[in-house]
Design a protein around this ligand. Structure first.
Ligand code: SAJ
Length: 446
């Protein structure tokens, strides 16, 4: 099939779309295309997930507005079916790849096992003329150095002649899957400009925002850069917070006034940077320079600074305990918040985990509370009983409504360390707490 013929099938919505990997990204895009009227085949390794999806049940946790109803609707009219059988891809005209591309903890290099496995499966099944689109976030250079060679070698087909190739990085977020898919612009990175145009014709069926045509390399750079940008911005805000603590200024007052200056956007300082995107994508960007020249310095430095913020929370605690003359060894410390983001149950790359490990190494007895994370739900007051300190790591709405005067009697030592500006220093001190906060320097305190 030529690109022209494929485009006609896409415009008629008769093109069969295969989606490899039915996680947050894959299932959402499969549902969106099925909802737009395309026949969609979902390929998933986990049989239990396949069963749930074919029963019209969402296999993901958390609240995804619109997804349950959409999945039920497209299952009832059979426009989406899930399977564990790779042979199903033989029918597909378009194949979207939405598998994980994690970064290995130590080496900070991408783990492409899932991607390579998916590409091998696709190569063994895809029909000539198919369009393969990688939606997973990948390091710049991956399309040229890994994806294209593997597909050509295993399938025996030549790209641009016997199959087509592109990269359209996903921009979804748990909790906003369908909304982001519809409203956020996408970069359609084609192996050729003609391929990019056919990709835009496809995504136009589900995206109401800009579809920007580009090369694969540009698409790889855009996604990793937009998240590295955010990480560096957050790191800058965190460094300003550390300086404010040293010089006795309040970083939130400084931030408000700095951001009055045109084209300034000081981000929010805090207790650390978690999640599945921001801590990972900067390393994909850095990895792309391996063996090609001087490695970046700003991006790794920002990553290190953000990763140290949970440890700074422990430093603030040690300082407060010193003020009351109580050692951290043997102290009972209550950590409030384990999710990586407020009002979610997503714990991927949780900054709290790093803090908890440090506190335990210092000899503290740590108890953890999080109203959204099943493992840490429970009676907060009971958990606070005889605690020597509270450390707030996540700005869950639940914590913002806490009355400090009510909880103080439960504590052995009224120490409050605030990592997310949940409390104001004056209010905490008025309630009788020894208070420390990220960036909350006290005039004349040094
Ligand atoms: N954080 C800060 N200070 C800030 C912003 C965030 O410390 O100013 C922390 C958060 O507490 C969290 C981490 O950084 O621990 C990540 O927060 P996030 O708001 O960036 O949320 P994510 O990780 O879900 O990021 C996603 C990304 N979207 C995609 O990759 C498609 C990111 O590009 C978006 O900018 C972000 O959502 C968003 O703006 O909501």
């Amino acid at each position: 099939m030529t690109l022209v013929e494929l485009r006609k099938k896409i415009e008629a919505k008769t093109a069969i779309i295969g989606v490899v990997g039915l996680g947050y990204v894959g299932l959402a895009v499969a549902c969106k295309f099925a909802g737009a009227g395309f026949p969609v085949l979902g390929l998933e390794r986990q049989p239990e997930k396949v069963t749930l999806i074919n029963d019209g049940i969402l296999p993901m946790k958390g609240n995804e507005p619109g997804m349950p109803e959409l999945l039920a609707a497209i299952r009832s009219d059979g426009r989406l079916s899930a399977t564990t059988d790779p042979a199903a891809l033989q029918e597909a005209d378009v194949i979207l790849v939405a598998v994980e591309t994690p970064v290995a903890a130590g080496a900070k290099s991408p783990n492409y096992e899932a991607l390579k496995s998916a590409l091998t499966t696709i190569s063994e099944a895809m029909q000539p003329g198919a369009l393969v689109i990688i939606e997973s976030t990948i390091a710049p250079g991956t399309m040229a150095e890994i994806v294209r060679p593997l597909l050509e070698e295993v399938s025996g087909l030549a790209v641009n002649k016997r199959f087509y190739l592109g990269h359209c990085p996903e921009r979804v977020m748990p909790g906003r899957l369908l909304k982001n898919l519809s409203t956020m612009s996408r970069v359609c990175g084609g192996n050729t400009p003609e391929t990019a145009q056919v990709m835009a014709a496809l995504y136009r069926h589900i995206v109401q925002a800009d579809l920007d045509l580009a090369s694969c390399a540009t698409a790889e750079m855009v996604k990793t850069t937009e998240n590295a940008y955010r990480d560096v911005q957050i790191a800058f805000a965190n460094e300003i917070a550390l300086i404010c603590e040293m010089v006795g200024a309040d970083v939130w007052e400084v931030r408000e006034l700095v951001n009055k200056s045109p084209q300034r956007d000081l981000h929010m300082p805090g207790a650390g940077v978690g999640g599945h995107c921001i801590p990972k994508d900067p390393w994909l960007l850095v990895h792309s320079t391996t063996g090609k020249g001087a490695p970046p310095s700003l991006i790794p430095t920002a990553r290190q600074l953000n990763d140290n913020m949970p440890l700074h929370m422990a430093d603030l605690l040690v300082d407060a305990l010193f003020e009351v003359g109580y050692p951290i060894r043997g102290a009972k410390v209550a950590v409030l918040g384990y999710a990586y983001l407020e009002n979610t149950d997503d714990v991927r790359n949780s900054p709290s985990e790093r803090l908890i490990n440090r506190l335990q190494k210092l000899g503290a007895h740590v108890v953890v509370h999080d109203p959204y994370v099943a493992e840490y739900q429970g009676d907060l007051h009971a958990m606070l009983q005889d605690a020597d300190a509270i450390i707030v790591m996540v700005a869950h709405q639940h914590y913002k409504t806490l009355n400090l005067a009510d909880i103080k009697p439960y504590l052995s030592h009224p120490i409050l360390i605030d990592g997310r500006r949940v409390f104001e220093p004056g209010v905490a001190r008025q309630a009788g707490f020894v208070f420390r906060g990220v960036g909350r320097g006290e005039p004349g305190s040094r």
